[in-house]
Design a protein around this ligand. Structure first.
Ligand code: OSB
Ligand code: MG
Length: 377
């Protein structure tokens, strides 16, 4: 158990789920598609000691992973929430164990666990950061930049983020939009901390193209191959000078152990949603720190709920590279929390209030809600 001091148990009376659609400040394009609106599920745990909030980071379509809004909505309402309500009194550390019989659906599990955890910590007036083992008050903020119309537009976008103070740039790449885009950013901005993310868009047949990226001195290349291509990632890693970082492939602590054993990853991106919760994320952090493998906190275009939790997670000592923990304004003109994350000298503050340490803006929450359902005991 990675957590030094467990949280108190809560009496779970019910769970409310909402589907939100929040407009993005600009379209976000990756190798798997373009999004104009973030569709996300917000979870409210209703306990005898108050409420707690979580976020299920699925997207509208199963493009980044097999999970998507309607699948998560169905499995949470039909199977997971009834299983939790059946127990009534539960500790946050028990949620993952209780949901383990249900195969996969890790983002749904993570969102439910976070809501219960937030409720328990708020009831104890205990900050999430302290609970998870945070050692920093502020975390360095990297930004993920989508594929733009052309390399010139990419340079313009990256320049804007550098002006804002982001300390590390990640650009999305895909076949045909890789070498020239990366070269343009390097030429324009010199030796900035720069990395690329392919979101599984390549195969080993693209080895020559991927090897060309070596000349740009990138911090890493994120998830060049498919989610289940661990052996191919190991083969690729032996042929590249650029460190290979895995995102989609790391679905659990076990997957991280296997990837490291195979030599498939020399860097790991940790996302609580992808691995089934913040406690599993801490376990992967601990594993990487003990093995000396660099690890950083990824993002899933979180609302203020997940963004607060990611800041807390990224403040753990093993997160040695800047994460995709950007200001809310990177994606949203209006957030659903009263104090959206801001950039201060290239960093985001780790909230210190009870639980997530952020307050929900009920008007914004209602304005973005397109569906809502509550299950009670
Ligand atoms: O691959 O890291 C990814 C967003 C959605 C799905 C997958 C990814 C991303 C990002 C954005 O790169 C990260 C962020 O929230 O800033
Ligand atoms: Mg990624």
């Amino acid at each position: 158990m990675p957590i030094a001091r467990p949280a108190a148990s809560v009496a779970l009376e019910g769970v409310e789920l909402r589907v939100l659609q929040i407009p993005l400040v600009s379209p976000f394009t990756t190798s798997f598609g373009t999004e104009h609106v973030r569709e996300v599920i917000v979870v409210r745990a209703l306990t005898s000691d108050g409420e707690g909030w979580g976020e299920i980071v699925t997207g509208a379509a199963p493009l980044y992973s097999s999970e998507y809004t309607q699948g998560a909505w169905d499995v949470a309402l039909r199977w997971m929430i009834p299983a939790l309500l059946d127990r009534y009194t539960l500790a946050p550390e028990d949620v993952a164990t209780m949901l383990r019989p249900f195969v996969g659906h890790r983002m749904a599990k993570a969102g439910l666990e976070l809501a219960v955890l937030d409720a328990a910590l708020r009831a104890e007036s205990r900050p999430l950061g302290e609970y998870l083992g945070a050692v920093r008050t502020h975390v360095p903020s990297g930004v993920s930049v989508g594929i733009q119309h052309d390399p010139a537009a990419l340079v313009e976008a990256v320049g804007g983020y550098l002006d804002e103070g982001y300390v590390r740039i990640k650009i999305k790449i895909k076949p045909g939009r890789d070498i020239a885009d990366t070269a343009a950013v390097r030429d324009a901005f010199g030796a900035i901390p720069l990395q690329v993310d392919a979101n599984s868009a390549y195969t080993l047949a693209d080895l020559d193209t991927l090897a060309e990226l070596d000349r740009f001195d990138l911090l890493l290349i994120e998830q060049p191959l498919q989610e289940d291509d661990l052996v191919d990632h190991a083969t690729l890693a032996r042929r590249l000078r650029t460190p290979v970082c895995l995102d989609e492939s790391i679905v659990s602590e076990k997957a991280a152990v296997d990837a490291m054993a195979l030599g498939a990853a020399s860097v790991i991106n940790v996302k609580a949603g992808r691995v089934g919760g913040y406690l599993e994320a801490v376990a992967i952090h601990d594993l990487c720190r003990d093995a000396g493998v660099p690890v950083w906190c990824g993002g899933m275009l979180e609302t203020g709920i997940g963004r607060a939790a990611n800041a807390a997670l990224a403040a753990l000592p093993g997160f040695t590279l800047p994460g995709d923990v950007s200001a809310a304004s990177r994606f949203y003109a209006r957030d659903i929390v009263t104090e959206p994350a801001v950039l201060e000298d290239g960093h985001v503050r780790v909230p210190t209030g009870p639980g997530l340490g952020v307050q929900i803006d009920p008007v914004a929450l209602d304005d973005f809600t397109i569906a809502r359902e509550t299950v009670r005991r």
